[in-house]
Design a protein around this ligand. Structure first.
Ligand code: G
Ligand code: G
Ligand code: MN
Ligand code: NA
Length: 254
């Protein structure tokens, strides 16, 4: 497959780029974080989203190298933003299961933080429930080391994975990100409204922050605010965007 052989060289050809989507605090309206989302700037096909290549990268094992690049690039970008006076925020990176099986994941993170003069609390790692469950012991051990470095941990796509709630007791995530499939039809759909409300309450009782993903409408925002949701991510605030646009948008506070 053409895409596979081209993916092999995409890193050395410097064809990957990160876009950033803001996370906003519902109470203050301030941007407190940015999720880094990878894209592949393909020489002929244009900009390809993660759906077009992440799975292949995982199957081929390229995801470890690519993921290491994502960690370094996110750190580099945040350091640049902070140097330019953007407000202090965390950058979230998505990690695949294979990255937790690589021996030196914590070293990669540590090196990136050191190189760009960042503390651990500048970085947040997002993992899905499925990643946690896939190789629970190894993943939990890696997660504990990562948390010991001061990073925060988010459970991504919460509620959609093949999982058991008991893992929530074993490693304390800092944030739960409610999958956008639950958010899409609130407040009108009473089942989704109930599920969303239940996740928010559970997160609160477990001392986790809760992030609603895929918020597109004012009605969704109002419902979530009323239920005590902490953070919001979605097109209502902004779509993922190139770093330069992010800096322009959130850099100069008038
Ligand atoms: O940006 P977009 O909505 O197309 O992202 C789709 C999915 O791709 C997201 O669910 C996200 O978890 C995944 N993704 C985005 N960037 C990365 C990345 O750097 N590494 C991994 N492993 N997954 C990513
Ligand atoms: O799985 P993960 O949550 O990491 O992926 C986030 C994905 O969701 C990104 O691909 C991003 O483009 C997409 N996304 C972010 N906000 C919205 C939204 O408000 N609506 C929809 N439909 N997709 C969104
Ligand atoms: Mn994510
Ligand atoms: Na998600």
């Amino acid at each position: 497959l053409a895409i596979e052989s081209q993916l092999r060289f995409a890193l050395e050809r410097d064809e990957f780029v990160l876009h950033y989507q803001p996370l906003v605090d519902m109470l203050t309206g301030r941007v407190v974080g940015a999720e880094a989302l990878i894209r592949w700037q393909h020489p002929n096909l244009g900009l390809i989203g993660p759906a077009g290549f992440i799975q292949v990268a995982e199957e081929r094992g390229f995801i470890v190298q690519i993921g290491n690049w994502v960690i370094r690039e996110a750190c580099r970008q945040l350091a640049e933003w902070l140097a330019r006076g953007l407000p202090k925020m965390t950058v979230s990176v998505n990690l695949s299961a294979l990255q937790f099986r690589q021996q030196d994941l914590t070293a990669v993170i540590e090196d990136a933080l050191t190189e760009y003069g960042l503390s651990g609390d500048c970085l947040d790692v997002e993992v899905t429930e499925t990643v946690v469950m896939e190789d629970a012991e190894a993943t939990l051990a890696a997660i504990e080391r990562i948390k010991a470095m001061g990073l925060s941990l988010s459970i991504d796509d919460f509620g959609t994975g093949y999982s058991s709630l008991s893992y929530l007791k074993r490693f304390k995530a800092d944030k739960l990100k409610i999958d956008r499939s639950f958010v899409r039809d609130i407040p009108g759909d009473s089942d989704d409204a109930a599920i969303t409300r239940a996740i928010i309450n559970m997160a609160k009782y477990l001392n986790m922050q809760v992030v609603a993903e895929g918020v597109e409408t004012r009605e969704q925002w109002d419902f979530l605010a009323g239920e005590g949701c902490d953070l919001v991510q979605g097109y209502l605030v902004a779509k993922p965007m190139p770093a330069a646009e992010f800096a322009t948008r959130y850099g100069e506070t008038p």
